[in-house]
Structure formats: C-alpha cells, structure tokens
Design a protein around this ligand. Sequence first.
Ligand code: S3P
Length: 197
Amino acid sequence: MDEFETCVAPGFRLITSAVNNDRHLANIALIGFMGTGKTSVGRLVAEQLRFDYLDTDEAIQSATGRSITEIFEADGEPAFRALEEKIVKELAGRKKTVIATGGGLPVNPKNLASLKTHSLVVCLWSSPGKIWERVRHQSHRPLLHDKNPPAKIRELLAVREPFYKQADVLLNTDMRSLREVAQQVVHQFRLESSGRR
Ligand code: S3P
C-alpha cells in the first residue's frame, strides 16, 4: 500500500488504497486495536456528519443482556467472535451510520469483506506504547486480563497488523487529539464519497 502513502497534515500519516469507484459508501466503519480511540472518534464523526453511531460491542451487549467480559468468561472467545460475525451481517442494510468495531473483529475476513460492501473502512492505528498508556487504567477488556499486558498488546498487534492494513484508510493517531483524528476521518469520507451518491 506504500505507493498510496501521503502526508495529509503535520503529524498524520495517511495511507489510503484507491477506493474502487463501484463501492457504495453509505457508512463509515472504524477498525483498530483496543485503545486507539474508535469509540470517541466515532461519536465525534457521527456528530459532525449527523450520522447515527453504532458500536458493535454495545450491540452485542444489548442483544445478549451480558457484558463482553461475562460472554468471554462463560462461553469463551469463539462464542464472542460468532456474535460479532452475526452483528456485522445485520449491519448490511445500514445507512448514514458510523460503526465502531471491537478490536478483534477485522481478523475474521468475512467481517472486513462485509463492511467493505457498504462502508469506508478507516483504521485508527497506534503504537503499542501509546495503546498501553491509554488502556492501563481500564479493566473491561478480557484479553488484557493478562499477567503482562504490554507484551500481550505487542503480540496481538503483530498478529492483527495485516488485517488492520486492509482498511481503505489508515490513520496514525499517536500524535493527534481525538478531535483532529475525527476531522481527518470526516475529510477522507467526504473526499471518497463525493460524486458517488
Ligand atoms: C477486543 C476488543 C474489545 C472487545 C473485546 C475484544 C479485541 O473492543 O470487542 O474485549 O479482541 O481486541 P475495543 O476494541 O472497543 O476495546
């Protein structure tokens, strides 16, 4: 994807694959590791574009009446991943929605393929050190209930990197405020969707 690399604003590294002109971009899907700001950025983007906001973890929690931690503990990770896949399928009919996804969701190729049929897929990228800084005081993520969370972050990030890099747009959020990242997402969406609707 390096040939598409452009410096869009100081501190931003934007990598965008030329989005196929036949794609219908009704929504924006934010993917990326835990702690990269998908929820906060997603809410800001939705506000600016007057789009609905949907979080796949929240959708799973309302559908099951259980927290993500409870699902992991009682049924295991594969059961959670199956719920994610089901939610993603149900999103196909959405319009004007910013979809914030759980950090592991794009590892399932079916999920990424499905999101790309209706959304501009934007990945928020952060370095392992920044991620750890942002999540270290939070306790709601079962995958980080580990004896060495920084090592776990590095390990998971290395496995997931090839999937995150299949996004249409990859934004490095390390040096930017959530507001700046949100503006960049809005800008990129307007650029990519102009002339298609
Ligand atoms: C997960 C990330 C979480 C949540 C679950 C698993 C992951 O979402 O889906 O704890 O596999 O990275 P956030 O990325 O919103 O924290």
